[in-house]
Design a protein around this ligand. Structure first.
Ligand code: TYM
Length: 332
């Protein structure tokens, strides 16, 4: 395995639709912070996106938008590798290798596969099923030590470890064993309309999720309409999923503890609290939206940056792919 001074971080995000506040608080914010301490590799996972049907024009636009948003939230391409997955062919090549070291039964048990098969019953394609092999390829190609993700990706990280372990037992010293890095607050931001579900851009009710590019008035409206209970005291309790979710969001955005939030809003109603959460989110997103617009107006810079990122990523990925190919016995 490659010797590195700093620990390597790898993570990726799909470009399907608009990025949500859940993506940001659960994962992306950590990506930014980790750049201080670690050697980071971040990817727009465009190959993963075609497991569900995409309109070509929409997909193209969303890939670019997602890349621009990653820069806008504070990923620094001078410091970290930030690129588009399909630009580095080794991801698809490694995914094939790994799929031969993963078991049908293991992949059949993936919650995301079961959920997406139920949602897209007319298109249960093989890519949807073998999705975790591509995700394992992403992570293992870069010898990642830590993978910052939200709670919903934990199972995919576990299967990645199973595959890496199986491969290393057959062919020693090919892959670093990665660990999930899941935040303590906001690991699972919930829908504002149905707090039993995670906040997701595929939610058909747009009031359930906040996009990073939503206008301030839409953000305020969504928080004001957020589903809560009838008790009306800002206090976290196991059965108050709606208010817990809003408190978690407020905690993650302002850095306050749950106790501090309860104290701040003691004797105040839900209306006042929801307004405060909405305003905090608007202020969090304002500078991100400004920078996003600047990047989208500078397509040349974007292209130059994602091409350079892919070039540097390719060099690392090729090395791991080549080692794996040789160990298996290919003439390579
Ligand atoms: P994706 O694109 O669905 O989500 C990107 C990241 O956002 C986190 N996330 C959330 N966190 C908290 N609350 C939520 N409501 C919420 N919704 C999403 C996700 O956990 C994720 O960290 N398969 C991955 C993309 C991927 C990947 C990888 C990730 C491809 N290859 C390799 C890590 C390593 C996905 O679909 O994430």
């Amino acid at each position: 395995m490659e010797e590195q001074a700093k620990k390597r971080i790898y993570s990726a995000i799909q470009p399907s639709g608009m990025l949500t506040l859940g993506n940001y608080l659960g994962a992306l914010r950590n990506w930014v912070n980790m750049q201080q301490e670690f050697d980071c590799v971040y990817t727009v996972a465009d190959l993963h996106a075609i497991t569900v049907r995409q309109q070509p024009g929409d997909l193209r636009r969303q890939i670019l938008q997602t890349y621009a948003l990653l820069l806008a939230i504070g990923l620094n391409p001078e410091k970290s590798l930030v690129f588009i997955q399909s630009h580095v062919a080794a991801h698809s090549q490694m995914a094939w290798l790994l799929s031969c070291y993963a078991q049908f039964g293991e992949f059949s048990r993936m919650t995301q596969f079961k959920d997406k098969s139920a949602k897209h019953a007319d298109n249960i394609n093989v890519g949807l099923f073998s999705y975790p092999a591509l995700m394992a390829a992403d992570i293992l190609l870069y010898q990642a030590d830590l993978v910052p993700v939200g709670e919903d990706q934990r199972q995919h990280l576990e299967i990645t470890r199973v595959i890496a372990n199986r491969f290393n037992n057959l062919y020693p010293n090919v892959f670093t064993m990665p660990s999930a890095y899941i935040p303590k607050t906001a690991a699972r931001v919930r829908s504002l309309q149905d707090p039993s579900q995670k906040m997701s851009k595929s939610d058909p009710n747009p009031n359930g999720w906040v996009a990073l590019l939503d206008k301030p008035e839409d953000i305020m409206r969504k928080f004001k309409r957020a589903v809560t209970d009838s008790e009306a005291s800002v206090r976290c309790a196991p059965d108050k999923e709606g208010i817990n979710n809003l408190m978690e969001i407020y905690a993650a955005v302002t850095g306050r503890t749950m106790q501090q939030i309860e104290d701040e809003f003691a004797g105040k109603g839900y209306g006042e609290f929801k307004t405060a959460v909405g305003e905090a989110v608007v202020e969090l997103l304002r500078p991100i939206q400004q920078r996003y617009n600047d990047y989208m107006n500078n397509r040349d810079y974007l292209e130059q940056t994602y091409r350079a990122g892919a070039g540097a990523a390719e060099a690392i990925a090729r090395k791991t792919l080549s080692r794996a190919m040789k160990k298996i016995g290919f003439v390579w």
